[in-house]
Design a protein around this ligand. Sequence first.
Ligand code: PLP
Length: 379
Amino acid sequence: MKIETILAHAGLCTDSTTGAVSTPIYQTATFRHPALGVSTGFDYSRTINPTRLALEKVIAELESGDRGFAFASGMAAISAVLMIFKSGDHLIVSDDLYGGTYRIFEKIFRQFGLSATYADTTDLGAVRDAVIPGKTRAIFIETPTNPLMKITDLNEAIALARKNGMLTIVDNTFMTPYLQRPLELGADIVVHSGTKFLGGHNDVLAGAVVTRSAELSDRIGFIQNATGGILGPQDSWLVLRGLKTLALRLEKQQENARTVAQWLEKNDKIKKVYFPGLPDHPGHRVQQKQSSGFGAMLSFRVPDSGWAERIINRVKIITFAESLGGVESLITYPVRQTHGDIPAEMREKIGVTDDLLRLSVGIEHSDDLIRDLEQAMAD
Ligand SMILES: Cc1ncc(COP(=O)(O)O)c(C=O)c1O
């Protein structure tokens, strides 16, 4: 079945007792047992809930995984994945990545003995140099990275990880399985902030993990039930509902993103545009090879922080807010918002500076988005 059909049918007719077309929201904490030692298959909603199960099944199918797991947020999903490691383990992590992921490594998991080296994962040599034999257990990749849109060659990174007995974990939030399926390339675990494109309407927080092997599924499943950061039934339903239109939304969003990126590139006030769909983007060819599109995220550099502030304060159609991936375009100031928890020195090194703005392009008409940016930049 083609992915558009799987998406449109997300949660379709899962309730055989009534024939409900839409998956019902099973707003229940617990389930009656027919008799001692007999279960309907559902015992307690932390362990499994039918609405969440419908979502988890479709996410696994979309990512070509063994199993899917839905969490209360992207960070809850990433936490669950990091819990498969133990004290003394070391991970290699993309140096340009969502600030909250950096924060959880450094402020939470480091105190339990997990360590991380931040490397430019687009440079295989840098990844190779960061491997600590006998200690490095995994490589955690964002591609494209948040916010600089750097592209890691997944085939190469996965081959290197396998050679060194390491797992490959990919944050697929920016691409979604509609555009990129890392497990099909050999990655072991995919994580998502479902708050973004999967939900797609800026109205729900969610996270997901998809595993490649039954062994990893058992470990994540155990952690999900034991630690309990699960997605509730109402929110599971919202993500199921969002998924149905993912293909349509993303096609429109990425077409808009390309139009806006091309316009920004021609504007003399813009110093640089980071969008993998532009032919001169250093990751353009790799992106073409491993994904079926370029996504709807872009960043751009303005002359200075004054210009950044001016644009943020003057946009009318584009909303100044954290987050991304929804139908409404959002503009974000990474240095002060999403990446504020990354130390200034590291931000400076990777280029997340006060002249950088990130744009999540929505489904509005691209003429309106361009006109909005134009008036925000006017003298
Ligand atoms: C790439 C990426 N991964 C993970 C997260 C965390 O997701 P959540 O905000 O749903 O916890 C974010 C949030 O912005 C993100 O951009």
